[in-house]
Design a protein around this ligand. Structure first.
Ligand SMILES: *Cc1c(COP(=O)(O)O)cnc(C)c1O
Length: 220
């Protein structure tokens, strides 16, 4: 891992009260142990089985975040321990997480993934679907999930202006949801946006949780 880079980024993020998810997908357990020894406790993975396998062999005080597209049939593998799921992109997935959380006597924190990028390949709800979800889903029927914020990914482009506009869009939606649908919900406060290539722009636009992989662990 890039120890010096990691420590300096961590300090910079701490000063701004931005949470750091160290994205360890495809990286060996040894790389995670190295970061753990430096004090990193939040790790993100994008495949359920890889996440489960790493959970089993690594220290139990790690907070595991699921950041990638999650198939409903894989929820059961991570439901016993996952700390935060960033990638809720369908109502059926939300319901499945609720069901598996209940089976484990847990309430699982989740973020709703919003599609803000130009690319069709990125998952998530668009603006209309987001408000439909919040209006039409009776969240009281899903007592084992707790929606604590939004997540989004910007278009993969060198055009930082476009990236900035996409993050701004998500930030506005976040404020809108917070002041309308979740007016009385104090723990709706996570805005997960920003990766290695665009996290500085994301923070300028209000991100308070960044997901950094290659800048910490090297190219995949
Ligand atoms: C891989 C991944 C990241 C980290 O990407 P880097 O460019 O390596 O920082 C962040 N978020 C999601 C959803 C990812 O899949």
């Amino acid at each position: 891992m890039n120890t010096k880079e990691y420590l300096s980024i961590r300090e910079e993020l701490q000063a701004q009260q931005v949470a750091l998810v160290a994205v360890s997908k495809t990286k060996p357990v040894e790389a995670i142990q190295e970061a753990y020894q430096l004090g990193q406790r939040i790790f993100g993975e994008n495949r359920a089985l890889e996440l489960r396998d790493k959970y089993e062999v690594l220290p139990k005080d790690i907070e595991w975040h699921m950041i990638g597209h999650l198939q409903t049939n894989k929820v059961k593998y991570i439901a016993p321990f996952v700390h935060l799921i960033h990638s809720i992109d369908k109502i059926s997935l939300l319901k499945e997480v609720n069901k598996r959380a209940a089976q484990n006597n847990r309430v699982i924190d989740v973020l709703i993934q919003v599609h803000i990028a130009e690319e069709a390949s990125k998952h998530g709800f668009d603006e209309t679907e987001l408000f439909q979800l919040l209006q039409e889903t009776n969240l009281e029927t899903l007592p084992n999930i707790n929606i604590i914020g939004l997540m989004g990914m910007a278009t993969f482009t060198s055009d930082q202006d476009q990236v900035k506009q996409e993050f701004q869009h998500l930030q506005r939606l976040f404020e809108q949801v917070k002041t309308t649908a979740f007016e009385a919900k104090e723990d709706f406060n996570v805005l997960s946006m920003g990766m290695s290539g665009d996290y500085l722009t994301a923070i300028q636009q209000g991100s308070n949780m960044v997901r950094l992989g290659s800048i910490i662990f090297g190219a995949r």
